[in-house]
Design a protein around this ligand. Structure first.
Ligand SMILES: NC(=O)c1ccc[n+]([C@@H]2O[C@H](COP(=O)([O-])OP(=O)(O)OC[C@H]3O[C@@H](n4cnc5c(N)ncnc54)[C@H](OP(=O)(O)O)[C@@H]3O)[C@@H](O)[C@H]2O)c1
Length: 246
């Protein structure tokens, strides 16, 4: 059966998700946007030529399942799922607050699992699917004073490997991209918070002395979801300007 090109990108109102959505749309995908901010969703839909958007706070009970049902009821199936929505918290372990533990576990870890669980049956039925999770270099190598964030992102590595095995004979690939610092609002907020390192201090620690551009993540997603990448599954790919090398 020939599959279509419907792609859902979570957290695509700005930053990395918006770049992924833009690049997929430019390459012929029917892109479905997602976020919490309806005004930004409408603006982004117009700007990049996405076909639709869904509004949902993925930390709310039942939100992932409702999002998947909404997409499947309207479009019948999904070919590409990009689990990008996520949040960052910089805090040492003893100062990490309960509300952040709950939020990051729900958004960064549980939501990707729940969305994958909801979309896999339709991908299996069409014998095609591409799942890409946006992890973080913090999950791959550990980030001091960001143990909670690192934990929620490293969980995606196990999920990716296990699912790649489970879905290997169903035409479904599962991969995770671990970006280093990317030039987005999240990075700007983290660098300007006064708690952690400034942008210049972070850049000094990166071998290439630069932040990743969001389009670099978008272009890697474009490759991972293509037919050419059908043999690439279960991989956790560090896209970090050398940060993970040492
Ligand atoms: N920036 C970096 O340096 C960096 C590095 C490594 C990994 N990452 C990861 O890459 C992903 C995107 O990061 P970014 O820098 O582009 O972040 P960003 O600029 O803060 O954008 C985050 C996106 O996620 C959505 N989102 C946030 N909370 C949500 C919630 N509770 N429910 C639903 N959607 C929510 C936001 O949409 P609304 O606000 O409209 O809801 C927005 O579209 C995240 O998973 C992040 O952990 C980023």
């Amino acid at each position: 059966m020939k599959h279509s090109n419907k792609a859902l990108v979570t957290g695509s109102t700005r930053g990395i998700g918006a770049s992924i959505a833009k690049i997929l749309a430019q390459n012929g995908y029917d892109v479905i946007l997602h976020g919490r901010d309806e005004k930004k969703l409408i603006e982004t839909k117009e700007k990049i030529g996405a076909i639709d958007y869904f509004c949902a706070d993925l930390t709310c009970r039942g939100a992932c399942e409702a999002l998947a049902t909404g997409v499947l009821d309207k479009y019948g199936s999904l070919d590409v799922l990009v689990n990008n929505a996520g949040a960052y918290v910089w805090a040492n372990v003893e100062k990490t607050e309960d509300k952040d533990i709950e939020k990051l576990l729900k958004l960064n870890t549980e939501a990707p699992f729940r969305l994958i669980r909801a979309f896999v049956p339709s991908m299996k039925a069409q014998k095609f699917g591409r799942i890409v999770n946006i992890g973080s270099i913090s999950g791959a190598v550990g980030e001091g004073n960001a143990a909670l964030y690192s934990m929620t992102k490293s969980a995606l590595s196990g999920l990716t490997k296990a699912l790649a095995l489970e879905l290997a004979c169903d035409g479904i690939t599962v991969n995770t991209i671990n970006p280093g610092w990317v030039d987005t609002e999240l990075t700007e907020t983290a660098c300007n918070s006064g708690d952690g390192f400034s942008a210049d201090e972070n850049i000094d620690m990166i071998p290439q002395r630069r932040f990743i551009h969001p389009d670099e993540v978008g272009n890697l997603v474009k490759y991972l979801v293509s037919d050419e990448a059908k043999g690439l599954t279960g991989q956790n790919i560090n896209l970090c300007a050398g940060l993970s090398v040492g």
